[in-house]
Ligand binder design. Structure first.
Ligand SMILES: *Cc1c(COP(=O)(O)O)cnc(C)c1O
Length: 361
């Protein structure tokens, strides 16, 4: 705290990212990074552009990248917005599309913990909608809440949701879209490549109020490059461009742009890595079942699990003591749960051995 801070800053509780410890030997299963490397074509593109051309500013519009993303989704480049990680894209979305003068925006009570931080930073009123007792999102609850309050300033949730990993079928979101036409619906598809139906095909009909965000940080294994994007109606994209150009004209550096283009074009690599993670996830959940854990159905590259007889915080700490980091949230409804990123088979086996030791201690 300092008396020189803007008063708004004093009351802010910033987002706390999962730690990135320096220790080499740790098994790091806390931030949902890919255990496998990015597309070799992305690395080659970055290497090939690491030269004198870096003295020049990059393309502020990242036109070639938008075209590659549009092509991947069968859309037009004017339906694509790109940013420095999807967190930055989301920040612009909150400012540009989810801020309403007198209606609250809606998101789940248990969800990506950055959303309430953006609301606080940008002074956006929000209401949370409880997940059901199976930790699922029920779109009826959003419609019901809107009815009660005379509308909403927008709706946002991840699909699959984080940190639960539970996915929602596209038909539910279509229903929401049909009935909620006066505000923007944002679907954060950070983990969509691990077995959830993407809503991107709905954009072929060009709905006015659907926006979908994606990241290259998870399934494309490029968290270090910081690239995310949004897909939606050209008018929504234009709104985001206005925010971006009032903040930072060059959010994506040259290397990020060329690397991301190559990554978007390497579908085979994406498919191989996602299938591997999905196979490891199924096997890992079976092993957790055998140890008595209760694990939510996961459509993501992580699982959300608890043990009926062992405290979540205690398991979290005991794993740490053995050099394995998973994520634990000190939030009432989920404080017995651990969110465990799916790593390599070898990492998951090491984790299972550690868990067996902890449970029998
Ligand atoms: C990881 C994650 C993001 C942010 O991804 P970046 O592109 O790395 O900023 C956004 N939303 C959810 C739900 C995430 O889990």
């Amino acid at each position: 705290m300092s008396r020189f801070w803007n008063p708004d800053l004093q009351n802010l509780s910033p987002y706390v990212p999962g730690e990135q410890p320096k220790l080499e030997k740790l098994i790091k299963l806390n931030t949902n990074e890919s255990p496998y490397g990015p597309s070799p074509k992305a690395l080659a593109a970055i290497a090939a552009n690491t030269n004198d051309s870096l003295r020049l500013y990059p393309d502020p519009d990242a036109k070639a990248l938008k075209e590659a993303i549009a092509k991947h989704h069968g859309l037009n480049a004017n339906q694509v917005f790109v940013g420095n990680g999807s967190d930055e894209v989301l920040a612009h979305v909150f400012v540009g599309l989810l801020k309403h003068p007198n209606k609250p925006i809606l998101f789940p009570d248990i969800t990506y913990s950055f959303y309430p931080v953006y609301c606080q930073l940008f002074g956006i009123e929000h209401r949370t909608i409880a997940l059901d007792d199976q930790f699922a999102i029920r779109v009826e609850d959003y419609l019901e809440c809107s009815k009660q309050y005379g509308g909403n300033g927008g709706i946002i949730f991840p699909n699959p949701n984080a940190p639960t990993g539970r996915g929602l079928a596209r038909s539910h979101i279509e229903l929401l879209l049909l009935q909620n036409t006066d505000s923007v619906i944002v679907i954060d598809e950070a983990y969509v490549d691990y077995g959830t139906e993407s809503c991107a095909p709905l954009l072929h009909n060009n709905p006015a109020n659907l926006l979908i965000t994606h990241t290259l940080s998870k399934s494309r294994a490029l968290a270090g490059l910081r690239v995310g994007y949004a897909l939606g109606h050209p008018d929504l994209i234009t709104g985001l461009e206005r925010v971006k150009n009032s903040f930072n004209s060059y959010p994506l550096d040259k290397l990020a742009q060329v690397g991301a283009i190559a990554a978007m074009e390497d579908q085979a690599h994406l498919d191989t890595m996602s299938s591997k993670v999905i196979a490891t996830r199924s096997q890992f959940i079976k092993e957790l079942d055998a140890l008595g854990f209760e694990t939510l159905l996961s459509s993501a590259n992580f699982v959300f699990t608890k043990h009926p007889k062992h405290d979540g915080a205690r398991i979290h700490q005991a794993l740490r003591d053995q050099g394995i980091i998973v994520r634990h949230f000190k939030i009432k409804r989920i404080d017995q749960y651990l969110r465990i990123t799916i790593g390599t088979d070898e990492q998951m086996n090491a984790l299972l051995i550690a868990l067996k030791k902890i449970l029998s201690a």
